[in-house]
Design a protein around this ligand. Structure first.
Ligand code: TGC
Ligand code: FAD
Length: 393
């Protein structure tokens, strides 16, 4: 169902897509092949993201792609998902860039912000001229964001923000941050979102160094040292943990699709490799153990594709639930990580070299497995749905 996977579309998943959906997917696929794959290795080695590409992503309608108005393209959820799949076939860091910008930064402004905030930020963010980041996680509060200690205290016509966020994608390259903080005290405390702009006094960001994963993506810490944020920058519709979690639903949906792209990149690489590589006088592809691995991986990828297509159809019908999104994120990322590990093994020593994309995807997927709700957290969300009992209380 990815262009790169066409030759092996045994289940005719392509036939489940409309002509428009295939057209967008194929144009993103070509862009990834032409503009991203030639440069990703150097960026991965250097630990950088080619930020200049943000305007190209904007031109293709990939930033806030399923939002409407304010310069956003209003694509369907399924089309958005297919685009995320192609971006992540390039690298999880590339898909992360689009997820954070569209689902985690533009979406909360679009859904919860005032008209003035929407007009100020959304058109430029859709074009990739302004970059956003999303600050929910703190050094001591990851899976349990409700425990956050970052606070916002009302003072005249401002809120004063104090606290720290960690592991924030794009934090140090962003023009604005969507920051979640506790407002009020004791019983009346509520989690609310703020738009904090680069350059506001007391706001700083630093790079997280020493990452083995998502190296072609900027990961940062954010520090708020009594930052005065005008009350007009409060996302007025926010209130409670449900507000940031509603943004995560959008991003997790994109990740469920994206992981399929990473798996396809690894699978197609390994398939080509074992057909070419000869040992014991025969191509590796002729050995039964190798064929068993291919059959297993292929089946899992196709199952994940079918899950994604149905998830997209539910989203477009306005029927998707957070639990469905959790199940798809959980399944597809786990599937992709297992595929990447198997492909790494099938390439032998070459599997650890960055001449091939496999190890890079495998290392990335360790982050994808952890962010946007860890595999365990999504297991427990599903467990709560099935049993009616919350493991978090
Ligand atoms: P719980 O009591 O279950 O819920 C609190 C309130 O939130 C509501 N809610 C949701 N609303 C919308 N969407 C969802 N998915 C929701 N899940 C829950 C819920 O109805 C309730 O509302 P109300 O009105 O009754 O108060 O909350 P809990 O404290 O027990 O925790 C729930 C838990 C653990 C599932 C949740 O906190 C969670 O998902 N934790 C994981 C944190 C996470 O995913 N962090 C991601 C940070 S961002 C990131 O990683 C970006 S990576 C970069 C990239 O995307 O590429
Ligand atoms: P913890 O919550 O400490 O979990 C550690 C381990 O304990 C995990 O295996 C977890 O599954 C397990 N665990 C936790 N609770 C339970 C439980 N109740 N039962 C059983 N097991 C449990 N955050 C943002 O806000 N914005 C971003 O842009 C962002 N980008 C990121 C980019 C990268 C590269 C990475 C790695 C992370 C990013 N994050 C971001 C943070 C990410 O969302 C968190 O890392 C994630 O939510 C997990 O939190 P934690 O790392 O504190 O792990």
């Amino acid at each position: 169902m990815s262009e790169a996977f066409h030759g092996t579309d045994l289940y005719q998943v392509d036939g489940l897509l409309s002509e428009d959906e295939r057209m967008v997917r194929d144009s993103v696929s070509r862009w990834v092949d032409e503009r991203w794959l030639p440069i990703v290795r150097d960026h991965y080695r250097a630990g950088t993201f080619p930020i200049a590409l943000s305007t190209e992503l904007g031109e293709m309608g990939l930033l806030g792609s399923n939002l409407t108005g304010y310069g956003c393209p209003g694509l369907s959820g399924s089309t958005y998902g297919l685009a995320m799949m192609e971006l992540e076939r390039g690298d999880s860091g590339l898909r992360s860039f689009a997820s954070v910008q569209g689902s985690l930064c533009m979406f909360p402004i679009w859904r919860y912000g005032s008209e003035a905030l929407k007009e100020k930020f959304l058109p430029k963010m859709a074009k990739g001229e302004l970059i956003g980041c999303f600050g929910l996680t703190e050094p001591d509060h990851g899976s349990d964001p409700g425990g956050m200690i970052t606070k916002a205290v009302k003072d005249g016509s401002d809120y004063v923000l104090s606290g720290e966020k960690l592991w924030i994608t794009n934090g140090s390259v962003a023009d604005l941050a969507i920051v979640w903080a506790k407002v009020g005290s004791n019983e009346a405390t509520s989690i609310r979102g703020f738009v904090v702009e680069k350059g506001m006094k007391g706001f700083s960001a630093y790079n997280v160094e020493g990452k083995f994963s998502l190296r072609a993506s900027v990961t940062s810490g954010l520090v708020f040292d009594e930052v005065r944020v005008p009350a007009t920058h409060l996302l007025e519709g926010t209130g409670g943990l449900g507000s940031p979690l509603s943004c995560l639903n959008q991003a997790r949906y994109g990740i469920a699709w994206g992981a399929v792209g990473a798996a396809i990149a690894c699978f197609t690489c390994a398939l080509d490799y074992v057909k070419e590589r000869t040992q014991f006088g025969k191509p590796l592809a002729s050995f039964q153990l190798v064929q068993a691995k291919l059959a297993e991986m292929y089946t899992e990828i196709v199952k994940a594709q079918l899950l994604s297509v149905q998830l997209g159809r539910l989203k477009d019908a306005g029927k998707v639930t957070p639990v469905q999104v959790s199940m798809a994120k959980r399944n597809n990322v786990h599937m992709a990580l297992e595929v990447a590990r198997t492909c790494r093994e099938m390439l032998g020593a070459n599997g650890i070299a960055d001449e091939y994309p496999v190890f890079r995807h495998m290392a990335n997927l360790e982050s994808v497995y952890t962010y946007e709700g860890t595999h365990d957290i999504h297991t427990l969300i599903l467990g709560k749905h099935l049993t009616g009992i919350s493991a978090f209380e």
